[in-house]
Design a protein around this ligand. Structure first.
Ligand code: LHQ
Length: 263
């Protein structure tokens, strides 16, 4: 697929998916969602990729749905919300959450509406000091979508997620960090370098163990303690057969840094 609204670049073991519609603060169109979905799948299919970064070009991370997208039609009261969400956003969000490798949202600037959900679908959020978050849906009479009712409460807790969703108040990067939405806040000047360093750090870790943590912790949200213990025992047995487990043990015994390969 040729990309017109995103860029997909590979730098060693890290793939960079950059939303590339800076004039609209990287607002989402059907085309952008399709291209992003294709890029996420490409990162998933390439064993050499051990971390995916999702970030935005220009001063925005993602302003949510492009409210000027001609494909919405001329009569906005007639939007096929259900079909549109199922076809585009829903698939993209699940593909990111399910990606069996770490995903870093590099929140370079404002995230609004579905842009907040996109950031929440990543495993961690490295946030520029110039960024902010706004659950903008309520300002246009909608409820959070793209997983906003599932992901955000799991990150910041029910009360704060509900407050942000029903007020539509904008919060700063520092506030996002205080409530646990931002994993780290980085000075805007050094953002790109620190984001790359964070991604490189994740890419050097045992990828299969990370994939297992993502899968099991998500699944455990709907399991009992006993079911979770069972699942952990089963998946730990699988990880025990990986190269990276053996390498981790040898490195510990030999008092050296481990060289994980993601296998
Ligand atoms: C935009 C947008 C945008 C187009 C900024 N669209 N151009 C799912 C299914 C179906 C339909 C509906 O929605 C959904 C899910 C959703 O995501 S709903 C939420 C949609 N997003 C919003 O409501 C956010 C709208 N944007 C804003 O509130 C502000 O732009 C924010 C707070 C993000 C940033 O404010 P500022 O920093 O003051 O920037 P700005 O407003 O001046 O925007 C810069 C440009 O970007 C401007 O264009 P212009 O040609 O005037 O310079 C905006 O029109 C454009 N832009 N967001 N979502």
């Amino acid at each position: 697929m040729t990309y017109e609204t995103i860029r997909y670049e590979v730098d060693g073991p890290v793939a960079w998916l950059t939303l590339d519609r800076p004039d609209s603060l990287n607002a989402l169109t059907g085309q952008l969602s399709a291209e992003a979905g294709d890029a996420v799948a490409a990162a998933g299919a390439d064993d050499a990729i051990r971390c995916l970064v999702i970030t935005g070009e220009g001063r925005g991370f993602c302003a949510g749905q492009d409210l000027k997208d001609p494909s919405l039609g001329t009569d906005l009261t007639k939007i096929d919300f259900e079909g549109m969400l199922r076809r585009t956003y829903n698939r993209l969000i699940v593909s990111i959450v399910d990606l069996p490798k770490p995903v870093v949202a590099g929140v370079n600037g404002v995230a609004a509406g579905a842009g907040v959900s996109l950031a929440c679908a990543a495993d961690v959020r490295i946030v520029s000091s110039a960024a902010s978050f706004i659950q903008a849906f309520v300002k246009i009479g909608l409820l959070p979508d793209s997983g906003g009712n599932y992901l955000l409460p799991r990150i910041v807790g029910y009360a704060k997620a509900l407050e942000l969703s029903i007020t539509g108040d904008r919060i700063s990067a520092e506030e996002a960090h205080r409530i646990g939405l931002a994993t780290a806040v980085v000075d805007a000047e050094s953002f790109r370098g620190e984001l790359a360093a964070y991604a490189a750090k994740l890419a050097a870790l045992p990828t299969k163990a990370i994939a297992a943590s993502k899968r099991v912790m998500r699944k455990a949200q709907g399991l009992t303690l006993e079911e979770t213990l069972d699942l952990e025992a089963q998946v730990q047995a699988e990880l025990g057969a990986t190269h990276d487990f053996a390498e981790g043990i040898f490195a510990f015994l030999e008092k050296r840094d481990a060289r994980f390969t993601g296998t």
